[in-house]
Design a protein around this ligand. Sequence first.
Ligand SMILES: [Zn+2]
Length: 173
Amino acid sequence: MERASDIPLCWKGSMAQQKEERMATRAFCQKKINQLQRSQADLSVRREKHTHNRPPVIKPAQTLAGLQVPPQLICLQKLKTFNEEMKKAAVEEFHEASGCGACLHNQATLALHSFISRKKSQVCAQALEEKMQSHLYNKDSIYLLGQILREVPRPEDDPCIVWKAMMERWTSD
Ligand SMILES: [Zn+2]
């Protein structure tokens, strides 16, 4: 069972709208017919007055000029157009992506891009982890102590060589 709120806006009062539209169109057409009849009557009167038989030229634009379209009819036409646009938009909303080639292609491209970026970040994280492990291993306190002991002069070394090595280090630093 459809509730009143479920009925699309464009359908609400469509009967009343149609009736109103018909009435406005009828009034407009009646007005036009009256004006045309009046102008034809004027022409026949003029024809009787004139002696020459040249047929009068009737320009439709001239006879219809000055006739105004009722604002009610314009409003109704605008509403009708709006309703039709809404209906079109509602239909377009139900776009089936699974059956559309362009959508499927875009989805595949997106999936590929996300896969590549995910793998790239995984590889980067792994490389960083390896670097950190190697740094921790190389800068271990026992390793550093061994490195210091290797560089420190031994008691049996020749003092001249020790001094020379120390001077070289100071000048290089
Ligand atoms: Zn699509």
